[in-house]
Design a protein around this ligand. Sequence first.
Ligand SMILES: Nc1nc2c(ncn2[C@@H]2O[C@H](COP(=O)(O)OP(=O)(O)OP(=O)(O)O)[C@@H](O)[C@H]2O)c(=O)[nH]1
Length: 308
Amino acid sequence: MNEDASWSDRLLGGLRRTSERLGENLSGIVSATRLTEAQLDELEDALILSDLGPRAAARIRERLANERFERGADERAIKEAVAAEIAAILRPVARPLDIVAFPRPQVILVIGVNGSGKTTTIAKLGHLFQEQDYSVMFAAGDTFRAAAIGQLGIWADRIGVPIVKGPEGGDPASVVFDAVKRATDEGIDALIVDTAGRLHNRRELMDELAKVRRVLGRLNPEAPHDVVLVLDATNGQNALQQIEIFRQVAGVTGLIMTKLDGTARGGVLVAAAEQYGLPIHAIGVGEKMDDLRPFDPDLVARVIAGVA
Ligand SMILES: Nc1nc2c(ncn2[C@@H]2O[C@H](COP(=O)(O)OP(=O)(O)OP(=O)(O)O)[C@@H](O)[C@H]2O)c(=O)[nH]1
């Protein structure tokens, strides 16, 4: 099995649980060239149960209500049509995180709640950029917990990336300031900044992120170039709430959804795309540094609909 097959299998393994759920609800729907109102209701419910959210579900229902199934609306035909509609929602938001900033470095602020996979995602991103021949530096901007600084340090050593850190409890803005200066002096292409993820004190977090942004802006008015929100797919609908909060707190420019390898809740990607239209840069399908994958909207749509 080549590496690509193994990762898509893992993605399939996780998302297949979503499509199984969808399949259970769809298996009662058959025959005729058009779907009846009752069948459309059932389909819409199945999509909502699969975490696609009410808006995407309503949109897909509407499209399918107008669809003529020439060879009969059996389960396969319906799933194919659902896949096409999901892909239409996902395609506009698929956008890789490219290193384009001039002057360098491109400053990428990574935000998200603790446990979402933020640290691992920073490591994976660093590794991905290195593979594209970009130089990378990390900044340990989550100074609130020693463990967070330590964990990022371990990843930095593992993949061979320099890291700028301060003491536990220190000022994140000063770490970021030092990091930007050093990255600029050393001609680093991508500076990836870890941030605190304490949502229970929103005010504090907002102030902290605002200060980091101010300091960054003083050094380079374009920075941060990206504010990437890391979301844990296993959180289902809570992931949407996190988008809402972090958009207000930090001005999110793009998303990375992690843990799609082990969840039946991957449909939340579709809900996020439909509701917020934020770029989805990549998806996480495991714990290792190679487990960050480009976001392939057609593949993900087919997996969610159960036709991959
Ligand atoms: N299965 C799976 N596990 C993942 C993925 N990404 C991260 N993890 C795991 O999720 C757990 C949390 O990841 P971290 O990167 O430490 O998360 P964090 O958001 O930095 O969390 P804190 O360190 O608590 O702030 C770890 O056990 C990771 O190995 C993924 O895509 N798939």
